[in-house]
Design a protein around this ligand. Sequence first.
Ligand SMILES: Cc1ncc(COP(=O)(O)O)c(C=O)c1O
Length: 452
Amino acid sequence: MIQPGANVLYGNLGHQYVTLVRGEGVYVFDDHGRRYLDAIGGVGVVNIGHGVPEVVEAIADQARRLAFSYGGLMDNEPRQRLARKLQAWAPRGMGQTKTIFTSGGAEANEAALKLAYQYHWERGNRSKYKVIGRWQSYHGNTVATLSMSGRTSWRRMHTPYLLDFPHIQPPYCYRCPFGLSCSECGVACAQELRRVIRQEGPEKIAAFIVEPVIGTSMSAVVPPPEYYPLVREICDEYDVLLICDEVMSGLGRTGANWGIDHWGVTPDIITTAKGISGGYVPLAATILSEKVWQAIAAGSGHVMHSTTYGGNPLACAAGVATLNYIEAHDLVARAGRMGGLLLERLRELQQESPYIGDVRGLGLFAGLELVLDKATRQAPPPEWNLGERIEIRAMEYGLLVLAGVPGLVDGVAGEHLELVPPYTIDEEHIEFIVATLHRSISEIFAEQLGAG
Ligand SMILES: Cc1ncc(COP(=O)(O)O)c(C=O)c1O
C-alpha cells in the first residue's frame, strides 16, 4: 500500500511527519487524536490561536462576496481597510504609510529590496543597489532574500546563485563576535555597519535589513539598548534605508506593536507576514514610510513590482479580522505580560538545568541556547543533532517547540530552541511548556552523554 504522504516532497525525506487534522485555541490534534500544545504558534504565525470563529466567518463572508480581484487593475475594500489599519499600527515617525501586499515573508522582503533600490533610483542614485544583512539572520528563501540572509547552512548549497551582498556580525552578546563584554564594547557590532558601508562604498549601499529581534537562526537574540539608535544614525549619515523585517517580531509578538518599537527607532520600511493573518490564509505586507513612497511618487510614479495574489480580498479580509481580534482582546499587552512570565519561568529552569546556557527574548518570543558546559559555554557537537532530537521528544510528550537552525556559534555549531506561542496562552500552559522542556532536554542529554 502506498503511504498517505508518498507524493509529498518533504523537507527531510528520512523523517516521519505527523499529520495534523484540527486546531483549537493553543492546541492542535493529529490524525490519531493526539493533542499537542502549540508553543510555536505554527511557526510564529498562529498568534491568536487556532479556530477563531471571528476570522473564519470573515473569510467565509468575503469568499461569498468576492474571493479574488487583481490588485494591479482594480482595488478592493479589504485591501484598503488593512492598509489603513497598518497605518494605525505603524510607528508615528513613518508618517503617512503606504503598503503593498504579497503572500509570504520572502515576497515582502523581496519587495522591500526592490523598493529600497527604486527609492534611490528615483532620486538619481542609481548605483545604490546592495543591501547589507547580518550573519545568522533570515529573510526568506528566494534567491534575493537568501542573499540578504546570513543563515550559513541554507546559503551554502546555493552560493553560486547568491547576490554579492555584504553581511555584518550580529549583536550577539552571549558570544560577542568581537570578544568584548557588554559594558565596554562601544556597540562594536553596530559600528561595524559604518565600516562595511565605507569599505563597500556608500554610493553602492541601498539599505540595511534587520530582524529587530533575531529569530529562527538565533532564537530570540535581543540587541542592547544602544544598538538600533546607533544603527539609525549610521544609516542616516550614509543615506542608507533601514528595513525592519518584522515577519516574526511584528504585530504584538514582543509586547509592542513592532519589535523595533522597544528601541524607539523609526524604520524606513517594515515587512511583516506570518501573524498578520493569524495563519488563516497566506498574507504579507511591505509598509513604506512617507519618505520612501514620496520619492517614488515624485519620480516615475510607478511601482515596478506586482504579484497576482498580492492584496487579494480574501487574504486582506483575514488580515483585518486578525488585527481586529488582537485589538479587541488587548493581546499585545497580554503577549508582553505572558512573555514576561514565560521568560521568568525559563530562567528558573536555566538555574536547574546544566544544559541551558542562555535564556533570552522579548514578550512571547523566547529562546534557549543549549551548552555542554555553562562555564565555558561549549556548544554540543552538531552531529549529535540535539535540538531536533529534543523537538521530537517534546512532541512525544504533547508539546511543539522549534529547534532553531544550527550554526549560531560559528556558522556550523550551536543548538537552540525557540518558543513563539499564541498570545492567548495562560499560566497553566506555561507550566506545561517549562516542565515538558525540562523533561525532554534532560532525557536527550542523558541519552547522548550516557552513550558516551
Ligand atoms: C524574520 C523572517 N523573515 C522572513 C521569513 C520568510 O517568510 P516566508 O517563509 O513566509 O517566506 C521568515 C520565515 O521564517 C522569517 O522568520
